[in-house]
Design a protein around this ligand. Structure first.
Ligand SMILES: Cc1cn([C@H]2C[C@H](O)[C@@H](COP(=O)(O)OP(=O)(O)OP(=O)(O)O)O2)c(=O)[nH]c1=O
Length: 203
């Protein structure tokens, strides 16, 4: 039986890597969705709204008949406040000082849309940071690694040195919660664990 083609509506190299890890054939496209919370919008409602908006925007601009589009969004939440990507050195450092020595949540929502049905899933992960010294904060900034990441750090990279403990979904923190994706793949008839093929991600 022919499975449905998948389109990843995201520019994130991490999301691409996770789909490649799962042996999924897909095409990656960029979508432009404004990422600004609405007044009084909860972090969970916000990431779900953005994931769905990205999936729908991807569906509107792709031209693969019968495709299923995957959109996702990730934010860090501390004291019920959303921490997105850092806008400056001062902003990044203030986020890391705030996260130092305590726990925060990483929320990732994924949405799959086939033109008719939109299914949303939300992954919530607790991440506990070690106590960060000024030396660590100054040197992590110099790596440049956290600039395009929610909360300004990468658990999959050098930012792993910040992390004392995690409870929840590691892949969710990186950008796509695998345990939420697999049931969606089954529901939308997306094949995974496929043999690697050359130029699988057609981005
Ligand atoms: C907390 C954390 C976030 N991130 C990433 C996941 C997301 O890619 C990014 C949050 O920004 P998003 O806006 O969710 O995604 P994006 O801008 O990278 O891609 P697109 O909107 O096109 O889908 O932060 C990590 O890679 N590692 C981490 O440890």
């Amino acid at each position: 039986m022919v499975k449905s083609p998948l389109v990843l509506a995201s520019q994130s190299p991490r999301r691409k890597e996770i789909l490649l890890q799962l042996g999924v054939n897909f095409k990656q496209i960029a979508v432009d969705v404004e990422e600004i919370p609405l007044p009084h919008e909860s972090p969970a409602a916000y990431v779900c709204r953005l994931a769905e908006a990205k999936a729908r925007a991807g569906y509107a601009c792709q031209n693969t008949a019968g495709a299923v589009v995957l959109g996702a969004d990730t934010v860090v939440v501390c004291d019920e406040q959303i921490l997105e990507k850092p806008e400056s050195e001062a902003h990044a450092k203030s986020m890391w000082r705030r996260l130092s020595g305590r726990s925060h949540e990483v929320l990732t929502s994924v949405c799959m849309f086939n033109g008719q049905v939109a299914e949303l899933e939300l992954s919530v992960t607790q991440v506990q940071f070690t106590l960060l010294t000024d030396h660590m904060i100054d040197n992590y900034w110099l790596t440049g690694e956290g600039l395009d990441k929610a909360g300004g750090y990468a658990i999959q990279g050098m930012g792993a040195a910040f992390v004392k403990a995690i409870s929840g979904s590691y892949s969710g923190v990186v950008g796509l919660p695998i345990e939420k994706l697999i049931p969606l793949f089954d529901q939308f008839d997306i094949a995974y664990w496929c043999q690697p093929v050359k130029n699988r991600a057609l981005d």
